[in-house]
Design a binder for this molecule. Structure first.
Ligand SMILES: NC(=O)c1ccc[n+]([C@@H]2O[C@H](COP(=O)([O-])OP(=O)(O)OC[C@H]3O[C@@H](n4cnc5c(N)ncnc54)[C@H](OP(=O)(O)O)[C@@H]3O)[C@@H](O)[C@H]2O)c1
Length: 314
């Protein structure tokens, strides 16, 4: 199975490492890599000048699957959406860790993939490598998702934990940056855009919502102070940026907001980069998935699991 990567940052490089580690069992091969500033590489010649266009890159890459790993652009989902459509148009399957396309154009992209007879996978977009979409697709047949509650943004959790220790928000964000988990622009995390994009993506896939991040009622943590976080900590309470989806008589309500929990609450029990998602369902009550301290290696695994899944369908 030949793979072409657009984007070779933290996730792309961790993915290449994982492929190396599993090469004897899973003989997937990266045949080409395209980046914004670092140029384009075709196997085996290595990085040279950038391809003149994504079309030219995909044409020369000779790959079966496009792995789309470019930076999140939460307001539009571009240029990742265009990259994915161009790959579909060439009959390529697509795996992405970029939540932008799922948050903005899920229905359209699925329809295009169906029309072209190709697969489209995105497991790593919301919970790094922890199974969410594949779990619902494969293990919860007939179940209707009525809503969800998630602590899904690692950067805000790292920043709030640092503030609990007495550091400033900026110092906390620096800590998250050093871990390689912030969005390229950390204000997307702080202002709740990353969470809004994940909320829209989850709602689109799990609840057929047809929404965008702009449809999510959003309040970030930019106004949170170290004093406030420490006051809460003294009362054994924790502040967590929470994503919620709820079906109401008026329709679907989507919200991202910093909420206060007792330290012992399940939603406060996922510190650091850990993620927790609870799905509220008609047949299975509330079920969830949790990922303890995932890093880019786990995001890379989410991408890898999608590639394996596609390889199985062929
Ligand atoms: N990091 C995580 O833990 C994590 C977890 C879940 C999901 N994700 C998602 O995974 C994606 C990649 O994350 P990352 O941490 O690897 O990001 P990153 O380190 O910032 O790398 C982004 C890569 O995309 C390339 N790129 C950006 N715009 C491009 C364009 N228009 N055309 C071609 N290449 C372009 C960059 O090229 P240059 O190298 O030339 O700048 C870089 O190689 C993001 O969408 C992110 O939201 C990340």
């Amino acid at each position: 199975m030949k793979l072409a990567l657009i984007g070779y940052g933290h996730v792309g490089q961790a993915f290449a490492k994982l492929l190396e580690q599993k090469r004897s069992t899973y003989p997937f091969r990266i045949t080409a890599i395209h980046t914004k500033r670092h140029g384009t590489a075709y196997h085996p010649s290595g990085f040279g000048p950038p391809a003149a266009s994504v079309d030219e890159f995909l044409e020369s890459a000779g790959a079966d699957i496009l792995i789309e790993l470019t930076t999140l652009e939460p307001a539009t989902g571009e240029p990742a959406i265009t990259h994915i459509r161009k790959a579909f148009a060439r009959g390529m399957h697509v795996v992405t860790a970029n939540k932008g396309p799922i948050a903005h154009s899920y229905r359209v992209l699925c329809a295009e993939a169906r029309k072209r007879g190709v697969e489209f996978r995105y497991e790593a977009t919301c919970m790094d490598g922890a199974p969410v979409f594949n779990m619902v697709r494969n293990d919860l047949p007939g179940v209707k998702i009525l809503g969800f509650t998630g602590a899904l943004n690692s950067t805000s959790k790292i920043a709030i934990a640092a503030m609990r220790e007495g550091l400033t928000m900026e110092e906390g964000l620096d800590r998250a940056r050093r871990m390689g988990i912030t969005e390229a622009d950390a204000s997307y995390d702080v202002d709740g855009w990353d969470s809004a994009a994940k909320t829209a993506a989850l709602a689109n896939v799990l609840m057929d919502a047809g929404v965008t991040p702009q449809d999510v009622e959003r309040r970030g943590i930019s106004k949170l102070t170290t004093t406030k976080v420490q006051e809460m900590a003294a009362k054994r309470k924790t502040i967590v940026l929470i994503s919620r989806a709820r079906l109401t008589a008026q329709g679907l309500r989507l919200r991202v907001r910093a909420e206060v929990f007792d330290d012992t609450d399940i939603l406060a029990s996922v510190p650091g980069t850990s993620n927790l998602l609870l799905l509220h369902t008609d047949l299975m009550g509330t079920v969830g998935t949790v990922s303890i301290d995932p890093g880019v290696a786990q995001t890379a695994y989410g991408v890898f699991s999608d590639v394996v899944d596609i390889a199985r369908t062929l």
